[in-house]
Ligand binder design. Structure first.
Ligand SMILES: N[C@@H](CCC(=O)N[C@@H](CS)C(=O)NCC(=O)O)C(=O)O
Length: 190
């Protein structure tokens, strides 16, 4: 198996943690720089992660996780867990949009409707996720918990949230710091 990604992407990190001890090759691409052409050759969606398992190519972390779960004969995620992933991905997608906007020299705090919507979505999803953490819904270290960990740690790494009112997310993150593959995949090591 070959996982194509980067060491800073939260979507790639979740798959690296999920794969854990599985034997696979990790290809670390600079997708906005020198490796753009390599990405173009492999994935028309121009996103990471992607997984190659012999003849099977998979785009999107959610599809990759489902594929790996089916391969290992694990139970599929429940509908509530699917909703957790949707909330995590909504926050993550909006946050990636903010990072790319800042990198493009755009003012994400200008009050423009587009940015108001992203900030609002990040706030509402983080609040809902924090409530779920407080109610004990993320107690098990499973795929949704891995994804939440990667989101929270990445928001912190990028300085995108001060976590006021959702401090339980930081406590959740800190409680899982010593889990297998978490330290090795820290984006700060990149
Ligand atoms: N839904 C995708 C999102 C992946 C994603 O947005 N990855 C970012 C890197 S963190 C990316 O490739 N962005 C490229 C771009 O937006 O041009 C997944 O879950 O894999």
């Amino acid at each position: 198996m070959k996982l194509i990604g980067s060491t800073t992407s939260p979507y790639v990190r979740r798959i690296r943690i999920l794969l854990g001890e599985e034997p696979y090759e990790f290809v670390n691409l600079d997708i906005y720089g020198q490796d753009r052409e390599a990405l173009r050759r492999q994935n028309p969606a121009l996103k990471i992660p992607m997984l190659i398992d012999e003849a099977q190519v998979l785009y999107d972390s959610r599809v990759i996780a489902r594929y790996l779960s089916a391969k290992q004969n694990c139970d599929p995620l429940t509908w509530d867990q699917q909703n957790q992933l949707t909330l995590i991905d909504a926050a993550n997608d909006s946050a990636v949009t903010l990072v790319l906007s800042k990198r493009s020299g755009l003012d994400i705090d200008s009050g423009a409707l587009f940015y108001q919507l992203q900030h609002e979505r990040i706030a509402t999803t983080l609040k809902a996720l924090a409530e779920q953490v407080e109610e004990g819904h993320f107690r098990d270290w499973n795929y949704p918990a891995i994804c939440l960990y990667c989101l929270v740690d990445w928001l912190d790494f990028r300085g995108l949230s001060d976590f006021t009112g959702v401090e339980s997310l930081l406590a959740f993150r800190d409680s899982h710091k010593d889990k297998p593959w978490v330290a090795q995949t820290d984006p700060r090591l990149a």
